[in-house]
Design a protein. Structure first.
Length: 248
C-alpha cells in the first residue's frame, strides 16, 4: 500500500500489540530474544520498571527495536520509512512471541507517530498549524504549551471504532520527546538530532482500538493500516497547505 501524504515529518513511530498478561513471560524471554537476535536485533537489555519487568531488543545501529512486557509488544523506530515496514516488523515479532508462548488473541492495537514541526527562518509555528490547533501562546514570557484533542474514529476490519489522542506540544528548545517516550534509547536522524533551541511544535498522534481480536495476521495488518491512515488524515487536517508543501 502506498504511503499517504504528510509522512516526511515523522521522526519517531511505534506500533504496539497488547495481549492478556503472561505471568511467566520471564521464562520465555530467552527463546524470544534469541529468535529476534538472529533477525537483526542483537542488543539486549532487561529493565525493571515501576509496573514490572521489561526487555529491549534493538538493532546494532539503534535505529529501531522491540520493547517487550508481559502484556505488550512494541516495535519502535526513529528512522521511519514506510508504514508497511513498521507493521511488518511488529507482526513478524508478534509471530515469534506467539510461537513461543501461544497467544490466544490480541486485546489492543496502537499506532503512534511523532511529527516534527520545525519552522524555517522567518516563519513561526502558526504558519504550519491550521486554525483551532494553535493553543494559547500570546502571553509574554511563554515558553511551552500542550493541547490535547480526542477523536472517535471508524476503523476496520477487526474493530469498527477507534480513538485518536492528539497532543500538540509547542516548545522553545531542542527537539525532544514526551516524557513517556524519553527512555526509548534510539538514535535520531541527523536532521533531527542537532536541532538548535528554536520555537517548534511536536504533533503526537496516538490511534488505537481495543477489544478481543483473533491472531489473524492479515487482518491485524489491515487494522493497523486503518489506524495509520486515520492518523495521517488528521495530521493533514491539522496542518496548513504551506506545512505540507515544505515537508512532502
Amino acid at each position: 500500500m502506498p504511503e499517504p501524504v504528510s509522512t516526511a515529518s515523522i521522526y519517531y513511530a511505534l506500533a504496539e500489540a497488547r495481549f492478556n498478561r503472561i505471568a511467566n513471560m520471564v521464562g520465555y524471554v530467552p527463546q524470544i530474544q534469541d529468535r529476534l537476535r538472529r533477525e537483526g536485533f542483537p542488543l539486549y537489555e532487561e529493565r525493571t520498571l515501576s509496573h514490572g519487568p521489561s526487555w529491549r531488543m534493538t538493532q546494532a545501529d539503534k535505529k529501531a527495536g522491540f520493547f517487550l512486557q508481559p502484556w505488550s509488544f512494541v516495535y519502535q523506530t526513529t528512522h521511519f520509512d514506510s508504514h508497511d515496514t513498521l507493521f511488518n516488523k511488529l507482526l513478524s515479532g508478534l509471530k515469534v512471541i506467539n510461537e513461543v508462548v501461544k497467544l490466544d488473541h490480541v486485546t489492543h492495537l496502537y499506532v503512534r507517530c511523532l511529527d516534527a514541526i520545525l519552522p524555517k527562518a522567518g516563519e513561526g509555528v502558526a504558519d504550519y498549524l491550521a486554525d483551532g490547533f494553535h493553543g494559547f501562546t500570546q502571553i509574554p514570557g511563554y515558553q511551552s504549551s500542550q493541547c490535547e484533542f480526542i477523536f472517535h474514529t471508524q476503523t476496520g476490519p477487526l474493530r469498527p471504532q477507534g480513538t485518536i489522542v492528539l497532543r500538540i506540544f509547542k516548545v522553545t528548545g531542542p527537539l525532544g520527546f514526551p516524557s513517556d517516550l524519553a527512555a526509548h534509547d534510539l538514535l535520531l536522524r541527523p536532521e533531527y538530532s542537532d536541532t538548535a533551541s528554536i520555537s517548534h511544535a511536536v504533533a503526537d498522534t496516538d490511534h488505537f482500538v481495543q477489544g478481543m481480536m483473533p491472531l489473524d495476521f492479515i487482518k491485524l495488518k489491515k487494522q493497523l493500516q486503518s489506524l495509520f491512515m486515520g492518523s495521517r488524515e488528521l495530521f493533514t487536517k491539522m496542518t496548513t497547505d504551506h506545512a505540507r508543501r515544505v515537508r512532502t
